[in-house]
Design a protein around this ligand. Structure first.
Ligand code: SF4
Length: 447
């Protein structure tokens, strides 16, 4: 096994390449397909308690990361992860396994395509070819089988989205390249990755930087045909669309994954679902060892497994009973109307060394007053500093930490100038309550 590199390494920590933060090392555990059997979940909870500070973050790529790991507990933690079969052979292999998949893969009979066999197959192909190890750290793949919990709106550099039981839509950088047969989908996706590597300049890290320069080679040779790409038409390889079917124009994905079922079935956000699963949502994507252990117990008692989602929640499936009381007693969100689900908040200080305010804790404190805005359709972003890790796109209300206080901006991202002097939490609460009472607030989402 490779020696862990105990260094800060940009944005994507792993287990073998942890990131140092304000509360210790962050160790990310990459779970194939977000799958976590109850006994593994309980073991990870115990490891988070023993080797870290008990805090666990759920990531937008359906992984989990333990916080507060100490230098002296890192190696024992890695040893435990290896015992659990959750440690890669090298940091490169770990990093290249960057695959988001349908959270209900293999459990949803309504899904046109069961992507479960493809998930590990794709990971193994990525691990097994050193060439792919040079893909940038954040470069990722997505496998969406459709069904009850489709991944509409979740972006990836290369995506396969089921169109029917025999075809995927192949997307690169958010652009639809064509349809591919299910049995050819893996090769097609990997070919696009090869093209990215061949075409990228050193400073180009995402598929969207490169996709405009592709025509893709067809399996039978170089050829091009006009394809519709999110409203535009571009040349792509004919090999991606063997049956000459026009590619439908999908909605352009947003830069931040919206909550599942946004504008559709809100019961996906939290609580029980008629399709036989339960969503346990963690406020701002953070839970503790006790909560993860508790969820593992609930799942085990009811014969379910756990699946992490890109919406930073945990599914329990399949379920024949409503487990709301059991999950609620753990302090997790079970109400899809909980305002905290509409608030994006990064850890902030002291967890993050760059944090100028405890964003996550303060987002919880501000949730009651922010609820009034959320009810009016507003989105809210509470950021520990201007970097804006929790949300890259503008929000109706954006609060940015500045020296222990917060600046506020409306319909802006975290880098926008504040519209007020920085305010304390008390001042902010009064300001927001007044704004709400004046009924002058209208979010851009309502216009
Ligand atoms: S936005 Fe700033 S405070 Fe928040 S996690 Fe990112 S760097 Fe840290």
């Amino acid at each position: 096994m490779s020696e862990p590199s105990n260094q800060v390494k940009g944005w994507c920590p792993g287990a073998l390449r942890p990131m140092r933060s304000g509360d210790g090392l962050i160790v990310r555990v990459r779970l194939t397909g977000g799958e976590l059997a109850p006994e593994r979940a309980a073991a990870l909870a115990e490891a988070a308690r023993r080797f870290g500070n008990s805090l666990i973050d759920l990531t937008s790529r359906a992984n989990l990361q333990m916080r507060g790991v100490r230098d002296e507990t890192l190696q024992p933690l890695l040893d435990r992860l290896a015992e659990l079969g959750l440690l890669d052979a090298s940091a490169a292999a770990e990093q290249v396994r960057n695959v988001i998949a349908s959270p209900l893969a293999g459990l949803d009979p309504s899904a046109p395509v069961d992507v479960q066999p493809l998930i590990r197959a794709l990971e193994l192909r990525l691990i097994g070819n050193d060439r792919f190890h040079s893909l940038p750290a954040k470069f990722g793949f997505l496998l969406d089988g459709g069904g009850v919990l489709s991944l509409d709106g979740v972006e990836a550099d290369i995506a396969l989205r089921a169109e029917d039981d025999a075809h995927f839509r192949l997307e690169a950088g958010g652009e639809a390249l064509g349809r591919v047969r299910v049995e050819e989908a893996l090769e097609a996706a990997l070919s696009v990755a090869e093209r990215f590597l061949a075409l990228r300049q050193p400073d180009e890290r995402r598929m969207r930087d490169v996709v405009g320069r592709i025509p893709l080679p067809s399996p039978g040779g170089i050829g091009t045909s006009k394809r519709k790409c999110l409203g535009s038409t571009r040349s792509v390889g004919v090999g991606w669309e063997a049956e000459g079917v026009e590619v439908p124009t999908p909605p352009r994905p947003s830069a931040d994954p919206p909550p599942p079922g946004e504008g559709k079935d809100q019961s996906r956000l939290a609580g029980p679902h008629a399709a036989g699963f339960f969503t346990a949502a963690a406020p701002f994507g953070r839970l503790d060892a006790h909560q993860l252990e508790g969820l593992a117990g609930v799942a085990a008692r009811h014969g379910a497994t756990l699946r992490l989602t890109p919406w930073r929640s945990i599914l329990l499936a399949p379920l024949a009973v409503d487990v709301t009381p059991e999950v609620s007693s753990l302090g997790l969100v079970v109400d899809p109307g909980d305002p905290r689900l509409a608030i994006a908040a990064c850890p902030g200080s002291p967890s993050c060394l760059s944090g100028e305010a405890p964003a996550q804790a303060d987002a919880g404190r501000l949730a009651p007053v922010l609820a009034g805005f959320v009810e009016r359709g507003a989105s809210v972003h509470v950021s520990g500093c201007a970097k804006g890790c929790a949300r890259r796109t503008p929000a109706s209300i954006t609060l940015v930490g500045q020296g222990g206080r917060y600046g506020i901006a409306f319909d802006a991202d975290s880098k926008a100038p504040s519209e007020t002097e920085p305010m304390s939490l008390g001042e902010l609460t009064a300001f927001l309550a007044k704004r709400l009472a004046e009924k002058s607030f209208k979010s851009s989402e309502q216009r």
